[in-house]
Write a protein that binds this ligand. Structure first.
Ligand SMILES: [Zn+2]
Length: 169
């Protein structure tokens, strides 16, 4: 679901058999590797957010995330930048989150254009791609930088954006 402007959740018609369309990523845990596929929640929809059906949990999550993002975060202008290229660059520059016992043997798997496009198409915000924290949303013409910078250093997001812009000059 791609929220640009949020209409606050409405109650869904009782009679409807619609299922929640929230996309669930299945990230890696300490034991299991990340699943490459995403799936939707599929619980019974109780509310709609901007016309799409959601269960109560995910309607609330959409509304809250949107509200918090609009309210307090720092954004960077990403208008006119190729989103797949930007996502790959963010991925390449990010510090992986791996448990200490894996640190010595960890090798960052490259992110392909096809995979990047899949993440961009299938989710609202991108939290993790495998072990790599992205924690932003690249759908609009601006993106929140705070979470990425918190993990990767002050102005890390900005330097990636500049790098991608310069590569295309
Ligand atoms: Zn749901």
């Amino acid at each position: 679901m791609k929220i640009v402007e949020l209409t606050y959740p409405d109650k869904y018609p009782e009679s409807s058999k619609a299922k929640c369309t929230h996309t669930i990523n299945q990230p890696a845990t300490g034991i299991f590797p990340a699943k490459k596929t995403t799936r939707s929640c599929r619980r019974v929809a109780r509310m709609t957010v901007n016309g799409s059906p959601y269960c109560i949990q995910h309607a609330g999550e959409q509304a809250l995330c949107h509200h918090l993002m609009v309210r307090q975060y720092n954004y960077i202008d990403i208008a006119g930048i190729d989103k797949a290229q930007l996502l790959i660059a963010l991925y390449n520059k990010a510090i992986p989150v791996v448990p200490s016992y894996r640190k010595d043997t960890y090798v960052k798997e490259p992110l392909t254009v096809k995979e990047a496009q899949m993440y961009l198409d299938s989710t609202d915000g991108i939290s993790f791609i495998r072990e790599i924290p992205i924690e932003t949303n690249l759908l609009g013409t601006s993106a929140v930088v705070d979470f990425y910078d918190a993990r990767n250093g002050h102005h890390a997001f900005r330097s990636v954006v500049n790098e991608v812009k310069n590569a295309n000059l």
